[in-house]
Design a protein around this ligand. Sequence first.
Ligand code: ZN
Length: 135
Amino acid sequence: MGNSIGENMITEELLKNRSGFEEKIRKLVGRPVLLIELDMFALPCGCAGITANTRGLEVDDLDVFEPQLLPYLKEMASNLGVKPSVVFARLVPGSSIVASLNWRVLCSRCYPEFARGEGKTPRPDLYLLQFEKRK
Ligand SMILES: [Zn+2]
């Protein structure tokens, strides 16, 4: 006992944020969107962040509700202590279905993948919601 701030803190935060975010998105789009899994990840390349796997969310929802959605995205990152360089939706290729929302602290190798091209879709399967271009 007493050697840390509480060993269940991270899992409790994840559970709380999963249900909280799901509720906000449902209210926003007015449909039963599901947040089927909320993960924190680290990749071998050096990228790290958060992934929220979604069901029932469409790319049109992002277009329409982006201004209202952005504060929720920021809140999630700050609640989990992540300072993302990019926030993006991953789309099911060739469809308008959003498979996941992603908050990612980019490593220097992956950064160009997101920085190239203009607009919101540097790749057909990516939809950028927030991106900080390096100078
Ligand atoms: Zn990377």
